[in-house]
Design a protein. Structure first.
Length: 387
């Protein structure tokens, strides 16, 4: 039965059971899940913040990692609407460090084996992850580290792997170091994951003449009342400990009190640096379902949430990275053929919008995504909400 608020009691009970069962099955020490349709919300929480920690609650904080990407994209789109930048313009005006790029002849080639870039990188290239730099699967399967991977690690860029905000330099230093490296592909040629969003954070800060965290607060987080969302947890007592599952045992990947996300970082990572809560992510998702809700124009939402990749770009995706299997890519998020969209976070979080059902679903865990993907509860809650 569907209630007048758009969420029926059977669905609410089902989500409560799925979340409790996931903890009981050992999928994660704790889980928080939320479903929103229209103005109605239901949130379920079970388990603990840490193996020997306090209870998981509705206002518990999680590292949302790559779910940061669509929030970064929304901030940049808001700046474009305000005339601070144009999506089709080269980034050279605001990011001169990235002007006059060189491109590797092959992604695993020596750093000096390059050709000139055929054209500049544009803001749209950053939004669609076609700027020519980023992660691809083969770099993680190579018998020997590629020179570009080794160089990025030596420069502390932390762009080929999980978010490591406390280990990164300030934005200007980070971008200058990135500018020392060649691109892996020609701008606009291929989809490569992650780095575009990190660059967008620097771009947004320079367009506004203010730190990126202030830009994000002004243009997205503040208007939506997302007071729990920030680069670093301001209340570590509410922050879940992040775990990795190895050989059947939980191993701490990032602690709450003194970990990577326990304090504001030097580099506000637009690709994966945010901490947030279930209600904040639901508010962001509802904003998009509601056509921008005063944050973005409906036209910007439509562009952000449609597949932006051309057939040539999809065909050029290097093998070994399954992120785009059965998916398209908008601005900072994935798009499915049925019109639904959203994205997951590598620290164990998931968000989906289903416009056909006016539905937003968020599942937050503190279990890192493994080879089999996120904890099963993420898909289970989404399936139950769509039924």
């Amino acid at each position: 039965m569907m209630t007048s608020d758009g969420l029926g009691p059977e669905l609410r009970d089902r989500i409560d059971r799925l979340v409790a069962d996931a903890v009981g099955q050992g999928q994660a020490p704790g889980v928080v899940a939320g479903v929103a349709r229209g103005d109605a919300r239901h949130v379920a929480a079970a388990g603990t913040l840490a193996l020997a920690g306090g209870p998981m609650r509705r206002d518990s904080l999680f590292r949302i990692s790559s779910m940061t990407k669509p929030m970064t994209a929304a901030a940049v789109l808001s700046q474009a609407e305000a005339g601070l930048l144009e999506l089709g313009e080269p980034v050279d005006r605001l990011l001169p460090e990235l002007a006059g790029r060189a491109v590797l002849r092959a992604p695993d080639a020596p750093l000096a084996d390059t050709v000139p870039a055929a054209r500049p990188i544009t803001v749209r290239d950053l939004l669609t992850f076609t700027c020519g730099f980023g992660m691809q699967g083969a770099m993680f399967m190579a018998a020997e580290p590629w020179p570009i991977v080794t160089a990025a690690a030596e420069l502390n860029l932390h762009t080929f792997g999980p978010a490591m905000p406390a280990a990164m330099p300030d934005p200007d230093t980070w971008l200058a170091r990135l500018g020392e490296l060649p691109l892996l592909a020609q701008p606009g040629e291929r989809w490569l994951y992650q780095t575009g969003s990190q660059i967008l954070g620097v771009l947004a800060a320079r367009a506004a003449g203010r730190p990126f965290e202030e830009v994000l607060r002004e243009r997205v987080l503040g208007p939506l009342g997302m007071h729990d969302t920030a680069f670093g947890a301001y209340d570590t007592a509410r922050l879940a400990t992040a775990y990795d599952r190895r050989d059947g045992q939980w191993e701490v990947f990032d602690a709450a009190a003194d970990g990577q996300f326990s304090r504001p970082p030097a580099f506000p990572d637009g690709g994966g640096g945010l901490v947030s809560s279930v209600d904040d992510v639901l508010s962001f998702g509802r904003m998009l379902l509601d056509g921008g809700a005063g944050v973005l124009a409906p036209e910007s939402v439509a562009e952000m949430t449609r597949d932006q990749l051309t057939l040539a770009q999809r065909d050029a995706v290097w093998p070994g990275f399954s992120f785009l299997d059965g998916r398209g890519w908008g601005y900072g998020l994935s798009v499915l053929d049925d019109g639904s969209y959203g994205w997951d976070g590598g620290f164990g979080t998931s968000w989906s919008n289903v416009p056909a059902q006016d539905l937003c679903v968020v599942v937050l865990t503190q279990r890192l995504v493994g080879e089999s993907g996120p904890a099963p509860v993420c898909a289970d809650v989404l399936e139950a909400a769509q039924a």
